[in-house]
Design a protein around this ligand. Structure first.
Ligand SMILES: Cc1ncc(COP(=O)(O)O)c(C=O)c1O
Length: 496
């Protein structure tokens, strides 16, 4: 119990220094509540101190009394305040946050490492830090400005309102059944994949899927064949699992799969639909050879089907998984391109025994995905919102591809040659070999445009006279400006 005098004198010293901003996003009653809680944290208000009556405080702060009452109610529900019999509002004797006791002098930073790390082949990473205003011809990033955020927000809210407790608890590590059903319905129709939701595992993007597959398939030293040029983040997942990567060249028909007969890998990672980064579609003959070699030599084909939806001229080719009689294909897909990468929703379809193993590993790695997000996305799929969005952005990306190709012909013709790709989100451009591509990329960055030279995708890291230019995340006006800046950077190089 606190002595009334002490309480009064303490409170007499409390000057209610509450700065209220009526234009702030935070409602005024919460601003008052946060300010009082902060004063308790700083020790300006102590356990048992009486707070002024709501009328008094309201007058001092020039707010409505109901606002102060709402602030007091909020603080009571959080455990900062208590009301006593006989009236009066007091700082609670049992505060919700008790500052922990230090047992030794505190350290200010965690820069020092006092043990050894296991050797690992992880690439150095950093968040891309292009100066503001840089136009980034990102290698395969969709335009997040086009994402249907309002329907997504409504669906997320509905998911929580209808099934909040279940979705916020532990759930099915294979992903919400509702989402697997919606994916199975869409993908059996579009990609010839199984229509049974039990054949799907929902993962954190396709990167999460590839990582799980690598853990399930690879023991240290196993050989994994990869396309060269290719997709480095997938290579890293296999290397992290202990794989030895063997590069296989790519030509105008896709990966040179006949080389796998001598390599006899444990697994092959491939992007047959649009080879990453060259955008070539693997020919029917190569596809059949690949399936046959995998059957005979019992290796797994990890098929990364990352941008199936984006096809502009002609018809897309069904994935290898749709013709897999021998149970050799592990099909990996993603909603990152068709919807939004930040949602982190990918999926795997594979023979049942592998799916079971992947699920067991998933429980160890991150237990499950975000079930509320999964339900929200399932609703968007059930309502065909995703499919409508895909059609919209496909039209838009088609126009962007044409705008980029046209701008290149106009401003960089003779230096850069592009064949418009039949689909996908990037063009693969051939560069005049007399040009120092690395120097051009550096100067282009200074001129406010970023693009990736072939070296970035090369297994051996060597330069080649090609570059990949993503067109999906910039609108036609931005694409034309990007090409103008590239041309400017090139002229500067020539005149330097
Ligand atoms: C070849 C390839 N695979 C997969 C992905 C998608 O990754 P995620 O689904 O993890 O976002 C990308 C994205 O850039 C990619 O280029």
């Amino acid at each position: 119990m606190c002595c009334a005098d002490v309480r009064c004198s303490t409170v007499a010293r409390w000057q209610h220094p509450i700065a209220i901003d009526p234009d702030a996003a935070l409602p005024v009653f919460l601003q008052i509540a946060r300010a009082i809680a902060e004063d308790v944290r700083r020790g300006r208000l102590k356990r048992g101190d009486a707070l002024p009556g709501s009328r008094t405080l309201a007058e001092e702060l020039s707010v409505h009394r109901n606002t102060v009452l709402a602030a007091y109610r909020e603080l009571s529900s959080e455990g900062w305040l208590e009301t006593k019999r006989g009236g009066g509002t007091f700082i609670s004797a049992e505060l919700p946050e008790t500052a922990p006791r230090a047992f030794a002098p505190r350290v200010a930073s965690r820069d020092r490492l006092g043990f050894d790390l296991a050797p690992g082949a992880f690439p150095h990473w950093e968040l891309p830090t292009h100066p503001r205003g840089t136009l980034v011809l990102a290698s395969g990033v969709p335009d997040a400005r086009l994402v249907p955020t309002a329907p997504l927000a409504r669906a997320y809210r509905r998911a929580l309102e209808l099934s909040g407790p279940a979705l916020l608890s532990y759930g099915d590590p294979r992903g919400a059944l509702r989402l697997r059903e919606a994916l199975a319905a869409m993908l059996s129709h579009l990609r010839g994949l199984p229509a049974d939701p039990a054949s799907f595992l929902v993962t954190r993007g396709s990167q999460g899927a590839i990582d799980l597959v690598a853990r399930a398939l690879i023991k240290p030293g196993d050989v994994v064949a990869v396309e060269a040029l290719g997709y480095r983040p997938a290579w890293s997942a296999f290397e992290a699992a202990g794989a030895r990567l063997v590069p296989v060249p790519v030509d105008q028909h896709g990966m040179r799969v006949e080389q796998l007969a001598t390599i006899k890998p444990r697994a092959v990672y491939a992007t047959p639909h649009h080879q990453f980064p060259t955008m070539v579609t693997m020919s029917a003959g190569r596809r059949l050879t690949l399936l046959e070699l995998a059957r005979v030599h019992r290796f797994a084909i990890v098929e990364d089907d990352y941008d199936f939806e984006f096809h502009y001229d002609g018809r897309p080719v069904l994935p290898l998984a749709s013709a897999d009689r021998a149970g050799v294909v592990v099909h990996v897909g993603t909603l990152s391109k068709i919807l939004a990468p930040g949602l982190r929703i990918g999926f795997v379809t594979a023979p049942a025994a592998l799916l079971e193993r992947l699920t067991s590993i998933r429980i160890v790695v991150d237990r499950q995905g975000d079930l509320a997000v999964e339900h929200a996305v399932a609703e968007l799929l059930e309502d065909s919102e995703v499919q409508r969005h895909a059609r919209r952005v496909k039209r838009e990306y088609h126009a962007r591809r044409d705008a980029l190709v046209e701008a290149i012909h106009e401003k960089l013709g003779g230096v850069m040659t592009v064949d418009p790709p039949a689909g996908g989100m990037a063009v693969w451009a051939k560069i005049d070999p007399s040009i120092d591509l690395d120097a051009w990329v550096t100067r282009a960055l200074a001129a406010g445009v970023a693009f990736l030279p072939a070296r970035h995708f090369a297994f051996d890291g060597r330069a080649r006279p090609f570059a990949r230019l993503g067109f999906a995340s910039l609108d036609p006006r931005e694409l034309r400006e990007a090409v103008r800046r590239m041309a400017l950077a090139l002229r500067k190089r020539r005149s330097a």
